[in-house]
Design a protein around this ligand. Structure first.
Ligand code: APR
Length: 265
């Protein structure tokens, strides 16, 4: 393990434009369950996953019914308000401060990369602390709306720009990735010479396509994968380096090794 940590630390130091792709695995050590790990939300409750595929259509068909359901119970991800970043998030924020990590594309909606101090974060699947208009793309901080009162009065939150019903910024199954996020993410992948993939099962598209695109570039990016278990990226040889284990342990070790190597040079 130490050898691999040393090798990926060198690769990151020598990189020109390292980009990260993260998934739910980087937040499990903050107490937020992942989806497909051994105690994941979908693993434990396949019915919940089936229902999750219906939410976007429900919003389009019946926004009031959608909002009644949203305000009636806690998010499926538990109470995200209380969640705090863990060493995985802090390590990646440190890599950005070092000038190594230029951008994090995250599939997580928990805002923990931002809470840990990362500044260039793309919420590929949206952000649970925002609302979004699917017609004009406008986003608003969720706290600007007293949703329980609004829905309790039989109303729904409307876009202040085009007056279309708002929904959570979270991207549901069968919902298109918002265009601005999609374009920015692909631009980042186009620029990267190293991609650090952490805590994702890499099976949900189009997010899972990003490391594959990075690999298919005329000058292929080096893909470093950190995950508790091998994934299709590992099995298909997309990952040039696979470090198996907990991101909360491995990512800080990589940062420590970078610091050691930088001081030595
Ligand atoms: N350290 C390293 N790996 C971990 C850790 C950890 N502390 N905890 C979990 N993992 C691994 C799991 O073993 C699994 O391989 O992280 C991966 C998480 O995979 P998923 O649960 O599928 O989460 P993710 O890849 O982010 O899912 C993608 O699916 O349901 C949708 O929109 C949802 O954004 C999500 C998308």
């Amino acid at each position: 393990m130490e050898e691999m940590i040393n090798e990926v630390a060198r690769i990151l130091i020598e990189s020109k434009y390292a980009v990260a792709l993260t998934g739910a695995g980087v937040s499990t050590e903050s107490g937020i369950p992942d989806f497909r790990g051994p105690s994941g939300i979908w693993t434990r409750n396949p019915e919940a996953e089936r229902r999750a595929y219906e939410v976007y259509e429900k919003f389009l068909r019946d926004p009031r019914g959608y909002w009644e359901e949203v305000v009636s119970g806690p998010s499926i991800l538990g109470d995200l308000e209380k969640a705090r970043p863990n060493p995985s998030h802090y390590a990646m924020a440190e890599m950005e401060r070092m000038g190594i990590l230029k951008c994090i594309i995250t599939q997580n909606v928990d805002n923990l990369h931002q809470k840990a101090g990362s500044r260039n974060v793309i919420d590929f699947h949206g952000n649970a602390f925002k609302l979004r208009c699917v017609r004009c793309g406008e986003r608003y901080p969720r706290e600007e709306f007293d949703l329980v009162r609004i829905v309790g009065e039989g109303k729904i939150p409307l876009c202040r720009k085009c007056h279309y019903p708002l929904k959570s910024d979270v991207v549901y199954f069968k919902e298109p990735i918002p265009r601005d996020v999609y374009v920015r993410s692909f631009e980042e992948v186009e620029k990267c010479d190293v991609m650090l993939v952490a805590g994702t099962s890499a099976i949900v598209y189009p997010a899972a396509e990003l490391p594959r695109i990075a690999k298919r570039k005329s000058i292929p990016a080096v893909v470093i994968e950190v995950n508790a278990e091998p994934t299709p990226l590992t099995e298909e040889g997309i990952s040039d380096h696979f470090i198996q284990g907990m991101t909360g342990k491995i990512l800080p070790k990589i940062v420590d090794e970078i610091r050691k190597l930088v001081i030595q040079t």
